[in-house]
Write a protein that binds this ligand. Structure first.
Ligand SMILES: Cc1cc2nc3c(=O)[nH]c(=O)nc-3n(C[C@H](O)[C@H](O)[C@H](O)COP(=O)(O)OP(=O)(O)OC[C@H]3O[C@@H](n4cnc5c(N)ncnc54)[C@H](O)[C@@H]3O)c2cc1C
Length: 404
């Protein structure tokens, strides 16, 4: 097959979406440069590795896709580069993975996050890709087949037939993903939305009695908001609640908080027992209520304090009302934690600004991928999978499109 003459592709931003794109582009067709404003690429990827390093999730891809909210191009990319494809690709570069009890996918024991990053960087090197660090994109678009950048504060011009922006979201500024690029797009009439935290803690105005419990977990609970019910562990903090169920609900709660001062989520403190079962356990014993909660329902002192903080004395001493509280304890959420501490952000480039191949409608030959696009998914591997899938799918598309 014949192809056009070799083109210059400049990828701006050095996160997972950019790295995967660079690894997928055909070096015979393109001269590829990754431009990164920091001194190293993949810094947020390494931060993700500090907690549980969930590279992806193992659930059936159709079920997995249901957890994403975002443009069709993102959902299509997940179908064309699935969680299994991602695991095979990682294996092909020497990173074996395993499925944990949570169904999340991790590198096998002994492989540290830095080793995963090194393996990807080795692949980038093998492809002959140029890496230009300490180079900032400050708002220029392709003009006369080149793009203007700032390298160590000096203006430089790079040959560019296509530019792919992979600038990340707006949290964890220390990693370089500061979202400072957003006004440049807005100014150029590319539709954007302000950033908002997601996968983050939720704020509660705690009463005095909860202060001694700050930092303590309440295990085996479920949080509910509207139709979303998520089991896991909740941690009581100075500001509110943290933990997987809180993170997963934060996006939906954030949507509502745009127009409301507070919203109510519900805690099921005994998801393994039905309302009837809890009621019968509490009705059968004559022990003091607090002791009963601890001895018969194995609730921790933090869980008991939480019930007390949300109930009146009458409710606490009435078995029927108390049962309802244990199964559906209301918590008033007054906000989300500050954006810089959030695992991810929503906002950024709106889906209406681009076509089905991530190309900006107002700026042909300019594409956007990764967390800089407005989409949401829970933490636990979904975010990285989304970024890697977009990078891979765009790479394959550009390779194909280049063929005559
Ligand atoms: C604490 C934490 C834990 C996480 N854990 C997980 C997890 O376990 N599983 C999971 O799936 N996801 C996790 N994530 C989310 C995941 O890390 C991100 O979704 C992912 O890194 C986003 O990738 P990206 O390629 O879009 O951009 P980023 O990784 O954010 O990279 C963007 C890059 O662009 C560069 N850049 C920005 N502006 C400019 C500019 N103007 N010029 C040049 N360069 C620029 C930045 O310096 C940065 O290096 C976690 C995130 C955090 C913060």
């Amino acid at each position: 097959m014949k192809s056009k003459s070799k083109e210059a592709i400049v990828i701006i931003g050095g996160g997972p979406a950019a790295m995967m794109l660079a690894c997928t582009l055909d070096p015979i067709l393109f001269d590829v440069t990754i431009v990164e404003k920091g001194k190293a690429i993949g810094r947020k990827f390494l931060v993700a590795g500090k907690g549980g390093f969930n590279l992806t999730h193992s659930e059936d891809i159709d079920k997995m896709i249901e957890k994403y909210e975002g443009p069709k191009s993102l959902l299509d990319s997940l179908s064309s580069f699935t969680n299994n494809d991602f695991r095979h690709w990682l294996s092909s570069i020497g990173i074996e993975t395993y499925i944990g009890s949570s169904k999340r996918v991790f590198p096998v024991k002994g492989i540290k996050p830095i080793a995963v990053l090194r393996a990807i960087k080795k692949e980038i090197e093998r492809k002959g890709i140029t890496l230009l660090k300490e180079t900032l994109w400050y708002g220029s678009f392709i003009e006369n087949s080149s793009i203007q950048l700032l390298h160590k504060e000096k203006k430089i011009s790079l040959k560019a037939d296509k530019v792919i922006f992979a600038l990340g979201g707006g949290s964890w500024k220390i990693t370089g993903s500061d979202g400072c690029w957003l006004p440049h797009f807005k100014k150029n009439n590319v539709a954007t939305l302000p950033f908002r935290p997601s996968n983050c803690a939720m704020c509660i105005n705690w009463p005095e009695n909860m202060k001694v419990h700050f930092g303590k977990p309440i295990k085996n609970i479920a949080l509910t908001y509207n139709d979303t019910y998520i089991k896991g562990e909740m941690i009581v903090t100075k500001h509110g609640i943290e933990g997987s169920p809180a993170y997963a609900l934060s996006y939906y709660v954030g949507n509502e908080l745009e127009s409301k001062k507070s919203i109510t989520v519900f805690v099921d403190l005994k998801p393994s027992l039905s309302l009837e079962k809890v009621n019968s356990i509490l009705s059968k014993s004559y022990k003091k209520i607090s002791k009963l909660l601890r001895d018969e329902l194995s609730l921790s002192s933090t869980a008991v304090a939480l019930i007390k903080s949300a109930t009146t004395r009458e409710e606490f001493n009435d078995v029927k009302l108390l049962t309802h509280c244990i199964k559906k304890l209301p918590l008033s959420i007054i906000g989300l934690e500050k954006i810089d501490n959030a695992i991810s952000t929503v906002g950024g480039i709106k889906s209406t600004a681009m076509d089905k191949h991530f190309e900006l409608i107002n700026f042909p030959n300019h594409y956007t991928i990764g967390e800089m696009i407005n989409w949401n998914a829970p933490t636990g591997g979904y975010l990285l999978q989304g970024c890697f899938s977009m990078g891979y799918t765009l790479g394959k598309y550009l390779n194909k499109e280049h063929q005559i």
